[in-house]
Design a protein around this ligand. Structure first.
Ligand code: ATP
Length: 573
């Protein structure tokens, strides 16, 4: 990716490097002008005209540097920004295209770090890294040349003896600084992650009365971050005085050797001044060499991490010869044995299932028996091999995910609302919608009257993750959001658990009435709501152990009947 980008922006970088070299050259001419000006003030043959001319020349150079500095920033730093802008977009699209198994494996914090820390490191490599590299190489060679041509090679070489140590120091300290900065970053993200989690879970912390324990855990993290920052400051604190000390050794040598040369008139006072200026100028490029190496190392490590994500292929593969379907009439599952990607355990064993258009299908069973897994496969959230799952008689792998997801609306167990108005949450992702539609679907989900009671009604902004709403209200809004999409199949994965049983029953029967032609798959632990279902599949340990209508299952008197009777007893208590 970087290679193609550099190829595309080669002329920008070229222009940037040229303007950078112009700035450096202009900068190096200044001491020459100062040298001439100082010599023109010689008490024996003073010439104020030359001094004035040199002063005007210095102003001219400053103006030239003003423009050229702007342009190298524009060309090089601008290009680096452009890279991260493009790369962030590519990474975002890639991440959105991946199936759920990717998100099972990667923590959101790590993915966020790809967008922030890693992108910043790459930007630093392609921007300041390149600038420093060009600057340091050109400035050190040219400054050396200017030094030698003004006072001769001998004094130049002697005066520069201490300077290679600056390179060494910046290289060694650069490594320390990198390690410690990383620790500061890591401890900081640990601290901010912990803080975020504590604030998110504040209700649980308070209700469990474990605030003091969490305060200690917070202090512990804050302390680690503080100590890491302090140890970084110490390294900086040692490095810069050391560099200054070594560069002052060069000044010392210059005065010790160069001073007598001025007295013996081997060089002029102006040359001596210019030489001292050049020593100051060469310290920076030498320090920069060490930085450049570190910046490139960090940038490459970050780039490798980003490439790893970009190389990930979605396990839900899109078909080479896609089958277009207008509507979903039936879904068939044939003898499905299933294990999740990267897992060796079969969570579904020999499952057979048939769902016809317009049916109300119930999926019930024991905890962890594979109920959610089956609907996630039908919704193409997880991959499945060919030959097991069919839609309208076509293998699900031959139908593009986009088509499946526009025809099947899946409401998961966990509710998630965006931090925007209730109206926008319900109409989420729709370009075209009417106010009455939102109300209609809110009514169907039995949440309309709740929303009307809010002072701003449908314009009420839902707080971060919907904290201003009750659990049941949030669940019903997510149902309205699914219904408005007008799909062929609606899957409700235990998404009414926070609603009282009567309301759940009411919602399901009113949905049934108003959406007769739609297929509804309902996973629930409350068996009462499925009394009118066309078919109920009973899961246990990854297998369908019973299936039939409520009446038939009661007659079988197996697992379903057991669970149902237990629930009746619990209700009557
Ligand atoms: N992403 C995943 N990767 C690996 N295993 C998983 C994954 N999701 C679920 N499982 C496992 O698959 C099995 C079935 O899980 P599933 O969520 O389908 O059960 P469920 O019947 O819906 O449970 P519940 O009634 O508690 O919601 C469980 O043993 C679970 O640990």
């Amino acid at each position: 990716m970087i290679r193609e980008f550099l190829k595309r922006r080669i002329w920008f970088y070229f222009a940037g490097v040229i303007t950078l070299i112009v700035v450096d050259t202009l900068q190096l001419i200044v001491p020459k002008f100062i040298s001439r000006a100082v010599d023109s003030l010689n008490v024996e043959t003073p010439d104020i005209g030359v001094a004035k001319l040199m002063a005007i020349g210095i102003i001219g150079i400053a103006i030239g540097m003003f423009f050229t500095r702007f342009f190298w920033r524009f060309f090089i730093i601008g290009s680096a920004r452009k890279f991260t802008y493009e790369a962030r977009k590519i990474l975002y699209d890639k991440i959105l295209s991946l199936d759920m198994s990717f998100f099972d494996k990667n923590r959101s914090g790590d993915l966020m770090a790809n967008f922030t820390n890693d992108m910043n490191n790459i930007e630093r490599m392609l921007g300041p890294g390149i600038v420093m590299m060009v600057d340091a190489s050109f400035m050190s060679v040219i400054t050396l040349f200017f030094m030698a041509t003004s006072v001769g090679w001998k004094l130049t070489l002697i005066a520069l003896i201490p300077l290679p140590f600056i390179m060494l120091i910046s290289l060694v300290f650069g490594k320390f600084i990198y390690k410690r900065s990383k620790k500061v970053q890591d401890t900081f993200s640990d601290l901010s992650g912990f803080t975020e989690e504590s604030i998110d879970g504040i209700r649980i912390l308070k209700s469990f009365s474990i605030l003091p324990k969490f305060e200690n855990l917070f202090l512990d993290r804050a302390n680690r971050n503080f100590r890491a920052t302090l140890s970084l400051v110490k390294v900086w604190g040692i490095m810069w005085p050391l560099i200054h000390f070594i560069s002052s050794l060069s000044y010392f040598i210059t005065i010790a050797y160069g001073g007598p040369m001025v007295i013996n008139q081997k060089i002029t006072l102006g040359m001596f001044f210019a030489f001292n200026n050049y020593i100051g100028m060469i310290v920076w490029p030498l320090t920069a060499f060490g930085w450049v190496i570190n910046i490139i190392q960090n940038g490459r490590a970050s780039y490798t991490r980003i490439l790893e994500v970009l190389k990930t292929q979605s396990k839900v593969v899109e078909p080479d010869n896609p089958v277009e379907i207008d509507e979903i009439n039936d879904i068939t599952i044939k003898n499905l044995n299933y294990k999740y990607p990267d897992s060796n355990r079969y969570v579904l064993k020999g499952v057979n299932l048939e769902i016809k258009r317009g049916q109300l299908v119930g999926i019930v069973g024991t905890v962890g028996s594979g109920k959610s897994t089956i609907v996630k496969i039908i919704s193409k959230l997880y991959p499945v091999e060919r030959g097991y799952v069919y839609i309208n008689g076509y293998d699900i792998n031959d139908i593009p995910s986009k088509i499946v997801r526009t025809k099947i609306s899946y409401v998961p167990q966990e509710t998630f609302l965006f931090s925007t108005s209730i109206k926008n949450n319900i109409a989420f992702g729709l370009d075209d919608f009417e106010e009455w539609q939102i109300k209609e679907y809110a009514m169907l989900s039995a949440v309309h009257s709740d929303i009307e009671r809010f002072p701003k009604s449908y314009d009420t902004v839902v707080g971060e993750r919907g904290v201003t709403l009750s659990g049941g209200q949030k669940q019903r809004i997510t149902i309205a959001r699914a219904l408005i999409r007008n799909c062929d199949v609606f899957i409700f994965d235990d998404c009414l658990s926070a609603v009282d049983p009567e309301t759940e029953e009411k919602i399901i029967s009113s949905l049934r009435k108003s959406m007769e032609s739609k297929t509804m798959i309902i996973i629930t632990h409350r068996l009462k709501v499925l009394k009118d279902a066309d078919i109920i599949y009973v899961f246990d340990d990854g297998q369908v152990v019973e299936s039939g209508t409520h009446k038939q299952l009661m007659e079988i008197d197996g697992l379903y009947a057991d669970m149902y009777k237990k629930q009746l007893i619990e209700e009557s208590l």
